[in-house]
Design a protein around this ligand. Structure first.
Ligand SMILES: [Zn+2]
Length: 417
């Protein structure tokens, strides 16, 4: 029988055979005999402003502008948003996600939430936060979710603004996205120049900060890699030059660039009937283009041993904060990766990619006690991760986690495959 000894400072103190350890008498014992313990999950790509209930953005620019200024950006709107962001982070935590990387949020609400958690106002997940996207005029997420810059120096200024506001990472939009494309093919259209990407990376890297790039086309991936980004979010089909740049990227902080695909975010709109998803034909076709290219990219990454992380794009339609196991299941169905390999990617690899492997991502002495306990063995069935019996974050135990599920989303996704 094994025991993990956890110090009151929240770090793992000792691991060993129960018979070999001397357990201080004031320590509380949690008996998990017959259950399965593993490192807490890391979701490397989330947005906290929404919960995954399907939404369609077919409103006109004028209507969006009105809604932003008269609903969201008001005292009441910001307070509603703040509550929602907290609720979504706690939903993720109770489902076993002990670390989240927020890659695009309104008004630095994610920075505030991280600070409240880190000053022990309540028990929450470890958070790495980006605040606003960095984008270009008319670019992805602009103007409401992004700071806009149209030159390398404006882009540097926006990095500095986000740093001043307390972010942990910089999120940039190199190409368009499905959510704000009006025409077929627009999702992957180039927006940032290599000079702008390089300026942003230099500015962030000089203070040890990583850059995550939203990219949904092959040419976008090339520009992002050449500019020196640390992670490609979503991704696309690769050529030889791109494959070698991922693996050896001298401008990236780790010396390589990792791929963080988000398969579940693109899948429903791309593959399910529009009568179910209620998206229009443009969204469906853009989703299909992005999904197919992203899947090719993921398969190439597996084949060529490119570092792969796991993120879900939680908040997008049909992507909840509690079902990261579906992304792993998707990887297993569409690539040769097995359960052990996808579990390694959602824990240890994610921690390495995000530069937090000295803190979390594995069960080792000196690291934070970020753990999950399951009744079933996820190595036998990855779906075991959908039913976590206990969660611990930095030594704080959640003995009976409770997750409010969104039935319409679960039912639709359960009916697929
Ligand atoms: Zn995203």
């Amino acid at each position: 029988m094994m025991t993990i000894l956890i110090h009151e400072d929240g770090l793992i103190q000792e691991i060993g055979k129960t018979s070999d350890l001397s357990i201080p008498s004031h320590y509380q014992t949690i008996d998990v005999a017959g259950k399965y313990v593993m490192p807490g999950l890391i979701n490397a790509h989330v947005h906290l402003f929404a919960d995954g209930k399907p939404f369609t953005l077919s409103a006109s620019e004028g209507l969006l502008n009105f809604a932003f200024h008269h609903i969201l950006d008001t005292r009441l709107g910001r307070s509603v948003l703040k509550k929602r962001v907290k609720k979504n982070a706690l939903t993720a935590l109770h489902s076993g996600v002990t670390t989240m990387r927020s890659v695009g949020e309104f008004f630095y609400t994610d920075v505030q939430l991280r600070d409240e958690i880190n000053t022990n106002r309540f028990v929450g997940p470890n958070l790495l936060v980006s605040g606003y996207f960095l984008s270009v005029t008319g670019g992805h997420g602009a103007p409401y979710l992004a700071l806009i810059g149209d030159s390398p120096w404006e882009a540097r200024k926006n990095v500095r603004l986000n740093v001043k506001n307390g972010v942990d990472i910089i999120k940039i939009c190199v190409t368009g996205g499905v959510t704000d494309a009006n025409m077929v093919g627009e999702a992957g259209r180039l927006q940032m120049t290599e000079e702008e990407v390089a300026a942003i990376c230099e500015e962030a890297h000089k203070i040890g900060m990583r850059v995550a790039a939203h990219v949904e086309s092959t040419e976008g991936v090339r520009i992002a890699l050449e500019g020196g980004v640390d992670t490609i979010e979503h991704g696309a089909e690769m050529d030889e030059e791109i494959i070698s740049l991922y693996k050896n990227n001298p401008r990236a902080l780790n010396g390589y660039t990792a791929l963080i695909p988000t398969m579940q975010a693109a899948y429903p709109a791309a593959k399910l009937d529009t009568s179910l998803t209620k998206v229009n034909e443009t969204v469906k076709e853009n989703s299909r283009l992005v999904y197919d290219s992203m899947l090719k990219g993921l398969r190439q990454a597996v084949e060529h041993h490119i570092k792969i992380g796991v993120g879900t794009d939680a908040a997008m339609s049909y992507v909840t904060h509690y079902d990261i196991w579906r992304e792993l299941d998707h990887f297993m169905r569409q690539t040769k990766l097995n359960a052990g390999q996808v579990i390694e990617r959602v824990t240890k690899s994610n921690a390495e990619i995000l530069g937090i492997d000295h803190l979390t991502g594995s069960i080792d002495v000196g690291k934070q006690a970020d753990l999950i306990v399951m009744e079933q063995n996820p190595l036998n069935n990855i779906k075991a991760l959908s039913d976590v019996a206990m969660v611990m974050v930095k030594g704080n135990l959640i003995q009976t986690p409770s997750v409010t599920r969104i039935r319409e989303v679960d039912e639709l996704l359960d009916s697929v495959w």
